[in-house]
Write a protein that binds this ligand. Structure first.
Ligand SMILES: [Zn+2]
Length: 60
């Protein structure tokens, strides 16, 4: 079976309007103020949570 009507360009664009990917969410590091990914150690200072600080690569 074939579709009865051709889907117009505007209709397919409207349908795919919500399919675009968004950029990754970022949060502000409470230790140094840099933006970082949520639930990840801070790339700048290595802060994870109060009482846990990982060494950054060039520091170790
Ligand atoms: Zn930080």
């Amino acid at each position: 079976m074939h579709p009865t009507h051709r889907t117009s360009y505007g209709r397919s664009r409207r349908r795919r309007n919500h399919l675009a990917l968004r950029g990754a969410n970022t949060v502000v590091c409470p230790n140094c103020g840099a933006t970082k990914l949520p639930h990840r150690a801070c790339q700048t200072c290595g802060y994870v949570r109060p009482g846990l600080l990982l060494k950054t690569r060039d520091e170790a």
